[in-house]
Design a protein around this ligand. Structure first.
Ligand code: 5AD
Ligand code: SF4
Length: 459
């Protein structure tokens, strides 16, 4: 990072306000987007900003946006619209928009024309340039619009992470897969991996600072290391990180089934810190639809992988992403998805109705199924999954689980919430001082969204 630039931005900001400046940073998207938000906050902190969680109190509002579905974009436009009155009352408020959505030229164009009170717009590839953009604007320059894509990972951007138990750790950026429905490769650019040494160093720092769960992030972690000067792969990275001493857990997301290998499963089975839970998005249970999505696997192969993992780790759990109503999907093909879900018995599903993204190949495919019918299929899917979750949860009653408590619970006064290694939410009565501890919990009852239990020992 350019120290002089950070200092210049801090001086200009200090001169603009008669009080220590506050920033409101809001991230709208996936974990990668949230992690980017933490780095943007890191930069703002270096420039002298404190933080607030409301736009009303802020001197700078930064919306870190998501482009994966239209609904996410609509939400951003709504939120930006709501800033108009605040800016009218306080013209010194700076408004900046960044993230995936801002990498789309048509969005930037719309902001330029219809939201004249927005000061700075930049995409995911230019996060590290925030100080430079602020300087340009604060020195009285024109509104800043920057849409150059990222070419490499910028190291050394500080981060302000949420205090607590869990930390995100990005290991790569971008995506090379071009699933036909997905906008990500167009907005985040090509896949670039961070050096394993850097990742290990950051993991050591996080463990040293007391984080108990580290989630490695990438659009497709299974292809980690492909472009590195010295070849390296994801199982090797996991093995390397697993050697870091301390009491902590490792998770990772997202895995692409086409690149998920038996070697990876063996590493998880042998590791001390890697959770026995794999998020393995299948998207659809129909081979025809999976091919039309350009996903490069077959359902048989996917099921074989799951069977292999269960053979090596009988307690392993799975979760997945499912898209309902991909263009041209028939009722029969949707029923194949339901059948797959019943076979795998995921302990969690992230379900989406297909959202058309201009510029992707699927946006050009005929899409004859009416929206109402897709919603009906979606409802059916949720119902089937809810039944499976209930059965899996009931089966846990009476067992003892190792739970990492991470926050106050929701099911009553004095409850704590945490997760099992398999990523199931557990609530139990306990003192807040137990947050951050791994504790054995006897499961006594299943609720819809979580398990309830009693902590067995907390000394
Ligand atoms: N419509 C609906 N869901 C989508 N996803 C990605 N693109 C779309 C889209 N156009 C879902 C996929 C992916 C998850 C992060 O978001 O299921 O795995
Ligand atoms: Fe999108 Fe597919 Fe890349 Fe995931 S792997 S970000 S779904 S293109």
């Amino acid at each position: 990072m350019d120290k002089l630039q950070l200092e210049r931005a801090a001086a200009l900001t200090a001169a603009r306000y008669d009080h220590p400046p506050l920033a409101f940073v809001h991230s709208f998207g996936c974990q990668q987007n949230v992690s980017d938000g933490e780095h943007l906050k890191g930069l703002l902190a270096e420039m002298g900003f404190g933080f607030t969680d409301s736009a009303e109190n802020a001197d700078l509002v930064l919306f870190n946006t998501c482009a994966v579905r239209e609904s996410a974009e609509d939400r951003v436009f709504g939120n930006v619209g709501a800033l108009k009155n605040i800016k009218r009352e306080r013209p010194e408020l700076m408004i900046a928009l960044c993230g995936c959505m801002m990498q789309r030229p048509e969005v930037a164009e719309r902001i330029k024309k219809s939201f004249p009170y927005v000061d700075i717009v930049f995409g995911t590839g230019a996060m590290h340039r925030l100080p430079e953009f602020l300087i340009r604007r604060l020195e009285g320059g024109k509104r800043v619009f920057w849409d150059q894509p990222a070419k490499n990972v910028i190291e050394g951007i500080p981060a302000v992470r949420e205090e607590g138990v869990k930390a995100w750790l990005p290991i790569m950026q971008g995506c090379n897969n071009f699933c036909t429905y997905c906008i990500v490769p167009y907005v985040r650019g090509r896949e670039v991996s961070r050096a394993p040494e850097r990742i290990e160093q950051e993991a050591r720092e996080l463990v040293g600072r007391g984080y108990r769960e580290i989630t490695l992030l990438g659009q497709n972690v299974n292809s980690y290391g492909r472009g590195l000067a010295k070849p390296y792969n994801f199982p090797e990275l996991l093995r390397r990180l697993d050697r870091v001493e301390g009491e902590y857990r490792l998770r990772f997301m997202t895995s692409h089934p086409k690149d998920c290998t038996r070697e990876l499963i063996d590493v998880i089975a042998q590791s001390r810190h890697v959770c026995r839970h794999i998020h393995l998005p299948v998207q659809s249970g129909s081979d025809r639809v999976v091919q039309a999505m350009n996903r490069h696997y077959h359902i048989d192969g996917y099921l074989e992988l799951i069977a292999y993992a269960r053979e090596k780790m009988p307690d392993v759990t799975f979760s997945s992403d499912i898209i309902v109503g991909f263009p041209g999907e028939t009722r029969e093909e949707f029923l194949e998805t339901l059948a797959l879900i019943k076979k795998v018995r995921y302990n969690a599903l992230f379900t989406f109705i297909y959202s058309r993204r201009a510029g992707t190949p699927a946006a050009e495919m005929p899409d004859p199924v009416p929206a109402g019918e897709k919603s009906e299929w979606f409802r059916e899917l949720l119902e089937v999954q809810q039944g499976i979750c209930c059965e899996l949860n009931e089966a846990m009653v009476g067992s003892v689980q190792r739970v990492l408590f991470d926050s106050p619970g929701k099911s009553g006064e004095g409850f704590l919430a945490g997760r099992t290694e398999g990523n199931v939410i557990v609530e139990a009565p306990g003192d807040r001082s137990l947050i951050g501890r791994f504790l054995p919990v006897k499961i006594t009852r299943a609720m819809n969204w979580a398990m309830v239990g009693t902590i067995l020992e907390s000394r």
